[in-house]
Design a protein around this ligand. Structure first.
Ligand code: SF4
Ligand code: SF4
Length: 354
């Protein structure tokens, strides 16, 4: 794997810009934590989908199609304005493949203009020097790529082999922070891949995290002894900022239920390409209300609503957000009745992109 051993040094100018952006983002993250501890009235993290279409077709994924159009820029701006007006701290753009959106740079620019921390989850296939420079200019602060294996197979082409050249370019040119997420658990052929991916991420100066996949029914299933060892090793390598708060993942790895308060629909929102609010990518369809009509009362109700799926949840980003409120305000409400035409999409097998 000669190409995976290449390490290119960023120029002095890039390293300086990277350092400055890191310090600014870290200051904004600390402010975000302070604001979240003082008030429960605003969303802390929002995932927004500007593009459902994807250039890949990973066989485990049900978050993409191969035909839909990008959400028009003006509509995206309206949604971002609505989120900024709610006091949202962080927005992470997800998909589909967001880099297929022709005006993504302007979407990111608008997020920054409105004072929100800007993140992006991508499969990385469209990254090159020019695209990375454009993301730098737009003001991107975090980027995450999930890599599923070392060599592409029939399940996923998101491999170290296919992506390593792009990772090297990121290490050379990106001034934003980069996190590489690897996976362990059900359906992963070789667990050692996760370790190789994590080591490569750290070698290139990135942070690394690991997501855990469960069985086809979405049930918690403990990792085997070899996988648990790898999990602990990858966790020890991880050194990212907000994603450091991931104690719950040790429960997930051991197949244990965990006790926490999911604040989805309130402190965390998932906004689909149609502009509807959902609990999360795993529980799409509820509440299913247009963002433009999603009121402070609705957010407050969801803040106090106990989620039936919490004990077995694998969505790490919502659990990280939950840490800021777990110590307060027990949840005692039930979800609102769903309209007859509403359809709840429950995803059993999750790769933990978020
Ligand atoms: S997992 Fe990501 S890259 Fe793969 S099909 Fe789904 S959206 Fe596309
Ligand atoms: S799956 Fe997890 S994040 Fe989603 S609503 Fe349920 S508990 Fe919350």
């Amino acid at each position: 794997m000669a190409e995976e051993t290449k390490v290119m040094r960023a120029s002095g100018k890039t390293r300086l810009r990277r350092g400055l952006r890191f310090l600014r983002t870290r200051a904004r993250e600390l402010k975000m934590i302070g604001k979240a501890l003082v008030s429960t009235k605003h969303p802390i993290l929002v995932h927004i989908i500007p593009m459902r279409q994807c250039n890949l077709a990973c066989t485990y994924c049900n978050e993409f199609d191969d035909f839909s159009n990008p959400v028009p820029l003006e509509e995206m701006k309206k949604r971002l304005d609505a989120l900024a007006d709610m006091g949202t701290s962080i927005i992470t753009i997800s998909g589909g493949e967001p880099l297929m959106h022709p005006e993504l740079d302007e979407v990111i620019r608008h997020m920054r203009r409105r004072g929100m921390i800007a993140g992006l989850i991508t499969n990385g296939f469209y990254l090159n020097k020019d695209r990375i420079e454009r993301l730098n200019e737009a003001g991107l602060e975090h980027l995450q790529i999930s890599i599923d294996n070392v060599v592409p197979d029939e399940v996923s082409k998101k491999s170290l082999k296919t992506l390593d050249g792009r990772l090297v370019m990121l290490s050379q040119y990106a001034v934003f922070q980069v996190n590489i997420n690897s996976v362990l658990g059900s359906g992963v052929k070789d667990p050692v891949d996760a370790l190789k991916i994590a080591h490569r991420a750290v070698e290139l100066g990135f942070t690394s995290t690991v997501g855990i996949i469960h069985d086809n029914n979405g049930q918690l299933k403990p990792l085997g002894p070899q996988e648990q060892g790898i999990f602990e090793e990858v966790m020890a390598l991880g050194k990212s900022s907000f994603s450091r708060f991931n104690e719950f993942q040790h429960n997930v790895a051991r197949g244990r239920e965990h006790n926490w308060r999911c604040r989805a629909g309130s402190r965390y929102l998932y906004i689909c390409e149609d502009g509807l609010v959902h609990w999360c990518s795993q529980q799409r369809g509820y509440p299913g209300i247009p963002l433009s009509q999603y009121s402070p009362e609705m957010r407050h109700r969801e803040y106090s609503t106990k989620k039936f799926c919490a004990a077995r949840c694998t969505v790490s980003c919502v659990q990280q957000v939950g840490i800021l409120d777990n110590w307060r305000d027990p949840q005692n409400l039930k979800p609102m009745p769903m309209t007859p035409q509403a359809e709840l999409v429950q995803i059993g097998q999750v790769r933990g992109d978020s």
